[in-house]
Design a protein around this ligand. Structure first.
Ligand code: KG4
Ligand code: ZN
Length: 326
């Protein structure tokens, strides 16, 4: 059975995993740098690349030992992301592939997130589908009519939704990353306490805007008198509301029969519950541990790329702003 080793180093998680052609994760590990960056309230690029370099070799050795299979291809995220961090993963992957005399498969980070829903499940989504990709770096709705073919229906004009969770958490004095800490704090708050703006919600377009929401939170905090729990719950309600409105609009416009939700923010409980409850089409979501960056999603995308004869070549270099359809 074909097995692919996937490497993800685009931001602050070093992820390595081996996935087989039936989308089963044979072994996988993630080394998180969250604690290192937490004191800065966000990712420090120079520290991130150094940390990847420090742990990637041992992490890969452990995954290879855990899986005990021979590897038929090595994949790595080649963008978008932090240049120094991407370079570590891509060069490590190329070196392994060259040594083992197997193909090197570069994978776009968003494509990796999308393929996380194919992992460890008996019922992966069929094509075509609509994808809502929500993370610290991306907020977009994509039409995926066939494997590795994407049309962007709408993306954010400014901040990504995960980025707004991180920035608002910082304003509220909550820990990094902001998504989990806001979700946790919001559980004890009133989501209707403050009516925060829903960016571009009345516009016909499928674009998003999250910078106004973050600024509205800042002004509310300057006014004072609100409990942190209520601000967190009201912010989360506004941020998630927009995702629901735009996704419903995209479904109505495209007639999509199924939705794939992916990216770090896909771990958000309110988002998962609302999509499940309010959409009339099936929603495919990754398990919680596969929402945030990991190596298995990159290997999963590469399994499909291999199947479709979409190999990379040795001259591929990472790009911080790689377009999805290069
Ligand atoms: O996909 P990911 O690991 O990295 C990027 O590709 O950016 O996503 C990380 C983002 C962070 O912004 C984090 O705050 C957010 O995902 N996140 C969440 C939750 N868990 C992680 N946002 C909202 N609710 C969560 N439960
Ligand atoms: Zn990601």
């Amino acid at each position: 059975m074909t097995c692919v080793l996937g490497i993800e180093t685009s931001c602050d998680e070093t992820g390595v995993a081996i996935v087989d052609e039936a989308w089963k994760i044979r072994a996988g590990r993630v080394a998180s740098q969250v604690e290192v960056h937490a004191e800065f309230g966000g990712v420090v690029p120079e520290i991130a690349s150094r940390k990847h370099l420090e742990c990637i070799s041992q992490l890969a050795a452990k995954v290879i030992a855990d899986a005990r299979v021979s590897v038929d291809a090595v994949a790595a995220t080649n963008g978008p992301g932090l240049m120094g961090s991407l370079l570590v993963g891509v060069n490590f992957a190329k070196a392994l592939a060259y040594t083992w005399n197997v193909p090197f498969v570069p994978v776009h980070h968003i494509e990796g997130h999308i393929f996380s829903v194919f992992l460890d499940t008996d019922s992966p989504p069929a094509f075509p589908f609509l994808a809502l990709v929500v993370s610290g770096g991306h907020t977009c709705l994509l039409a995926c009519d066939r494997p590795h073919h994407y049309v962007t229906l709408g993306a954010t004009r400014d901040d990504a939704v995960g980025e707004s969770f991180d920035k608002v958490a910082r304003l509220l004095g909550l820990s990094y990353p902001g998504g989990p800490s806001i979700q946790h704090t919001a559980e004890n708050g009133n989501p209707k306490a403050i009516s925060f703006p829903r960016g571009l919600v009345h516009s016909e377009s499928l674009e998003f805007s999250y910078s106004g929401l973050k600024t509205a939170v800042l002004y509310e905090l300057r006014k004072g008198g609100c409990a942190v729990e209520d601000v967190a719950a009201s912010f989360q309600a506004a941020a998630i509301d927009v995702l629901l409105v735009k996704t419903k609009r995209a479904i109505a416009e495209t007639g999509a029969q199924r939705l794939v939700l992916a990216g770090g923010v896909a771990a958000n409980r309110l988002l998962r519950q609302r999509l499940d409850a309010e959409l009339s089409i099936p929603v495919f979501m990754p398990s919680l541990k596969l929402c945030v960056d990991n190596g298995a999603m990159i290997a999963a995308a590469a399994v499909s790329r291999l199947e479709h004869g979409l190999l990379g070549d040795w001259t591929t270099t990472p790009s911080p702003s790689l377009p999805l359809m290069a």
